[in-house]
Design a protein around this ligand. Structure first.
Ligand code: C2E
Ligand code: CA
Ligand code: CA
Length: 722
């Protein structure tokens, strides 16, 4: 082993001759990049020049200064093209000896030619860095920009660009850091085609396009002045394929001199095409995930998440600018029927068609979202309540033409729209949506196919409804309900023929709540079936009890909500109760309303038929208040008509009511139905009804609805009087 301390440094001559023989270029420059010394090899390669700027393509004064400033941080490596004495450019790797000894002003620069191994290494490094950027989830434009810059650093005589190709076949620059902005702007939106420069043609044919002489190549015919203005003379473009074999982008190298492509460039482009493909697919995938997360799969409209984002921004902006925002909640009327009768596939088509029609009515700055089965929301920026109503009407009109879908011939849709506005009806999306929902229900209640504003009164009414519902549930489970019974009597002699069971609810806080108030709420919230079941059971048990006591009550009448008849077990349930309590079917009358008779649905009809077959009597309650069609009276198995009390009230004063009442009584009798007059309060009413031929009545004049004990006392008094 050699003892290092015994060696002496070589003299200057030895050093100089060694430097000259190396296969390395060596130059010594000052901070202005002026060359002070160079070795033989460098002088062999380079054109005679006095500064690095003249030797190397693209090494600007600014680049050089930046490199000097960062001399502590950066490894002094740079790839640059050297203007060769033999002509053309050749890529070199430059290494700077930045840590010059103190007092030494000169910087040593070492040039090694890029042999194939180095070229490969340089490309590998580029690939690594770009893939890392992809993996880190950097935006596509940032990744492509990095790619272009790295390519331009390796091949200093090229200008690099990446363009995307949209689904309509139009080009859009993604990255082109060294192309003048005017050039990129001119390319944006250009349609691809068989003769549209290098990139447009490559995208069109799906094949690489190498134009060595732009001024004379027919592919560039239409774009020559554009290229000429930027001094671009050659362009080689490579198409990048997406997963579905569509060209998603082009990767291009431009040259400022007329020239064929260098072999090193070919290697680089090959690598870059792959990188671009990876980056594009990654981006495509990312966007797909975003689509799933933010868009509705059926209509392609934003979903609730995206609506929330947009609303957040819109409301923040509105708060700053003091501008109003409107929310329209659209619910398709009876869409469930479409789905049930035509199937979900057709339902989806209908939704898509509807979405398109709605979308046309809105501005670009508005957001249309689908947030549920048949619920859409339009978020309208800078839109007053009056404007929102106009938009709402426009949206409704858009549904007035029949859908042009083959599977839904002639189907007409309508919608109900609730409108709420910022800042009046709420300061965030949740509250605005809740209030628009209340307004939407108001629109449904008003007959559908219309738009309604949210009013605070509606909100209060809803709150009250919700409280009532909660209390009613407690009442049902906590035995706060009872039945009162009102006698039905013979008009001629006041003798009892039966009783009607009427529901009573006494709430500890509210006191007595009238059924007209809570039955509609129970119908809305689905509680009515449980209520009716309780009433039916209690009434049957009571009648059986009276029977045991030997009291002659006649029949008992129970009111049944029309909703109950849409289930298929009414008759079965009633049959079971009759057996359980040992009652004859004729002892039970079910009072139903006219609106049930008007429905063509087969389900209620079937239940009525079964009940009639069993021998249970059916009575039409509140007769005369619904629709005047009498034809159903003939067709349906009915036993009784109850003339509504609104006709009875003014019998004495109103000749029309008198005429109507006697007509109804006449019809009823001619059809073999017994007619019961409701709400008889005076002796005069009684007399007029007898005169008109009515036989049975109910009303305060005879007896009020009474609790069990009161009714029993009443019966005793009646018996005593007789
Ligand atoms: P409805 O079936 O028409 O019942 C008759 C209503 O008229 C009862 O009101 C009764 O108290 C009242 N009424 C009786 N005689 C007179 C009179 O001379 N003058 C006046 N002005 N009114 C009289 P109520 O008990 O308040 O019940 C109201 C409605 O609530 C009932 O009308 C019925 O539609 C419904 N309802 C009551 N109980 C039940 C039930 O158990 N189930 C269902 N589904 N509905 C019920
Ligand atoms: Ca009734
Ligand atoms: Ca009635």
């Amino acid at each position: 082993m050699l003892e290092t301390q015994s060696l002496t440094p070589p003299d200057a001559e030895l050093l100089a001759s060694t430097f000259d023989q190396l296969d390395l270029g060596l130059v010594w420059v000052d901070e202005q990049a002026v060359i002070h010394h160079a070795n033989e090899r460098f002088l062999e390669w380079s054109v005679a020049a006095s500064s690095l700027h003249e030797c190397f393509e693209g090494l600007s004064q600014a680049d050089w200064q930046a490199r000097l400033r960062q001399r502590d941080k950066l490894p002094g490596l740079l790839y640059l093209g050297l203007h060769m004495r033999s002509g053309g450019l050749r890529p070199f790797e430059l290494q700077f000896n930045l840590h010059a000894p103190a007092g030494q002003r000169l910087i040593a620069v070492q040039l090694s030619s890029m042999d194939q191994r180095r070229e490969r290494e340089a490309i590998d490094a580029l690939q690594r860095d770009v893939l890392e950027a992809v993996a880190l989830g950097r935006p596509l434009a940032v990744v492509m920009d990095l790619l272009c810059r790295r390519v331009e650093a390796l091949a200093t005589d090229v200008i690099c660009s990446v363009l995307s190709v949209d689904e309509q076949g139009r080009l859009h620059p993604i990255a082109a850091p060294s192309l003048p902005a005017v050039f990129s702007a001119a390319l944006d939106g250009l349609s691809i085609g068989p003769k549209t420069g290098s990139c447009g043609t490559a995208a069109w044919t799906g094949k690489s396009v190498e134009v060595q002489d732009i001024p004379n190549d027919p592919l560039w015919e239409d774009y020559r002045p554009l290229a000429a203005a930027q001094g671009l003379v050659a362009c080689w473009s490579t198409p990048i394929l997406l997963s579905d074999e569509r060209v998603g982008a082009t990767f291009a190298l431009y040259y400022r001199v007329k020239r064929p492509v260098a072999p090193f460039h070919r290697q680089m482009v090959e690598a870059c095409a792959q990188l671009c493909q990876v980056a594009l697919k990654h981006d495509e995938h990312k966007r797909q995930i975003e689509r799933l997360a933010y868009f509705d799969g059926v209509t392609g409209l934003p979903n609730r998440s995206l609506l929330s984002d947009r609303a957040l921004h819109a409301l923040q902006l509105a708060a700053r600018q003091g501008a109003p925002v409107a929310i329209l909640l659209l619910d398709l009327d009876r869409f469930k029927t479409v789905n049930d009768s035509l199937g979900h596939a057709v339902g989806d088509e209908v939704l898509r068609e509807v979405a398109q029609r709605f979308a046309i009515c809105l501005r670009d700055s508005d957001t249309l979202a689908r947030i549920g089965g048949d619920e859409f929301v339009a978020l309208l920026q800078d839109c007053s309540a009056a404007d929102a109503m106009h938009v709402g009407e426009k949206l409704l009109r858009s549904l007035q033409l029949p859908l042009n879908l083959p599977s839904t011939a002639g189907l007409m849709l309508s919608a109900s729209i609730g409108i709420s506005t910022y800042p009046d009806n709420g300061s965030n999306l949740d509250v605005l949506l809740k209030n628009a929902d209340i307004a939407m229900y108001e629109a449904k209640a008003a007959g559908r196919n219309c738009a309604r504003f949210f009013l605070h009164a509606m909100n209060q009414a809803l709150d009250e409804r919700l409280h009532l519902e909660a209390d009613l549930r407690l009442a049902l489970s906590g035995q706060r309900l009872s039945l009162h019974y009102q006698p039905k009597v013979k008009l001629s002699d006041g003798r009892l023929v039966g009783v009607e069971a009427l529901l009573r609810w006494r709430d500890p806080v509210r006191g007595q709540v009238p059924p007209d108030r809570f039955i509609p709420v129970a119908e809305e919230c689905g509680l009515v079936n449980a209520l009716d079941a309780w009433v039916l059971e209690t009434a049957c048990a009571q009648l059986a009890q009276w029977q045991c006591q030997g009291l002659a009550i006649g029949h008992i009448a129970v009111n049944v909500s029309p909703l109950r008849f849409y289930q298929d077990d009414v008759a079965a349930h009633v049959g079971m109760l009759l057996v359980k309590h040992g009652l004859a079917p004729e002892q039970l009358t079910l009072e139903i309303t006219e609106r049930l008779l008007l429905d063509d649905d087969v389900r209620p009809r079937e239940q009525m038929r079964q009940l009639d077959e069993m021998g249970v009597r059916l009575s039409v309650d509140d007769f005369g208040t619904g629709y005047s069609s009498l034809s159903y009276l003939k067709r349906l198995p009915l036993s009784e008509l109850k003339l509504d009390k609104s006709f009875v009230r003014d019998l004495e004063t109103d000749a029309d009511d008198r005429a109507l009442a006697s007509a109804v009584i006449g019809i009823g009798r001619s059809l073999g139905l017994s007619v019961v007059a409701e709400g008889v309060e005076t002796a005069a009413q009684q007399a007029l009804l007898i005169e008109a031929g009515c036989e049975i009545a109910q009303g305060y004049w005879f007896a009020r609805p009474m609790a069990v004990a009161d009714l029993e006392a009443w019966l005793l008094r009646q018996a005593a009087r007789a």
